[in-house]
Design a binder for this molecule. Structure first.
Ligand code: NYM
Length: 241
């Protein structure tokens, strides 16, 4: 079987250095003489991406479930493009993916002192929409192409804030970011446990301490990506499948 390109996702809180590191990584891959296709979610250029953009800039209000489905639909819009890049042997480098979708949606309904068990086991009460829990949040993204490697750039919300403060968009608040971080941690534990048991095709989850000096972070990222430059033999997995 011919080798296909590797699918690498970079995840993290806002201001974790994700976009800078993704850019450096793209350059290094190209300097190594390999083809790379870059994708970023949300992709605000598509019709669905434009709706997401309005929502993030607080120009529109939408139910949390609807927004979650829009973010997922935005990924499905590009799923076949991602697959065709991988089949052509290109490394796909993706800035945020389904894990962000789950982390930000579930974090919205967590109390300030997060306890995921309250959301995992929450019941639907009469006359009210049930809050978004992990099981519900995973469903629309299931069967999307799954990454071979996810690099989670971990930084505390306090350190992230010192990097120029948060912007004006929704979610860019310290308490929201710390809830997002705790959901990411839960997702990371789940993906790693599944990978250990060979259960889901969700790939490998690596936590990178992104609170360190930029070059140190870049070198650690490179150490994980370099072995994937010549592609992978196995077929592309499917998320949560
Ligand atoms: N975001 C991103 C979500 O809430 N759900 C998703 O599925 C994705 C991909 O969008 N605060 C949030 C995280 C960010 C915001 O992302 C915009 P960026 O990387 O700043 O453009």
């Amino acid at each position: 079987m011919a080798r296909r390109g590797a699918f690498v996702v970079v995840e993290g809180l806002d201001r974790s250095g994700k976009t800078t590191q993704t850019d450096i990584l793209r350059q290094r891959i190209q300097e190594a003489g390999k083809e790379v296709a870059c994708v970023k979610f949300p992709d605000r250029s598509t019709p669905i991406g434009k709706m997401i953009d309005l929502y993030l800039r607080s120009q529109s209000d939408l139910d949390d479930h609807v927004v979650h489905l829009l973010f997922s639909a935005n990924r499905w819009e590009l799923a076949s493009t991602i697959l065709s890049h991988l089949e052509q042997g290109k490394l796909v480098l993706c800035d945020r993916y389904a894990f962000s979708g789950i982390a930000f949606s579930v974090a919205k309904i967590l109390p300030s002192q997060p306890s995921l068990s309250t959301t995992i086991h929450s019941e639907q009460s009469f006359g009210k929409l049930s809050p978004i829990n992990l099981t519900w949040a995973r469903a629309p993204d299931s069967a999307l192409p799954s990454p071979d490697l996810t690099l989670f750039l971990d930084v505390s919300p306090e350190v992230a804030y010192t990097r120029g403060g948060y912007g004006e968009e929704r979610y860019e608040k310290a308490d929201m970011q710390s809830r997002v971080r705790s959901v990411f941690e839960e997702i990371g534990r789940e993906v790693s446990a599944d990978a250990g048991e060979g259960k889901h095709g969700n790939g490998k989850w690596i936590v990178i301490d992104a609170g360190r000096e930029m070059h140190t972070v870049t070198e650690e990222i490179w150490r994980h990506v370099q072995p994937l430059l010549d592609g992978v033999e196995s077929s592309v997995g499917r998320l949560w499948a």
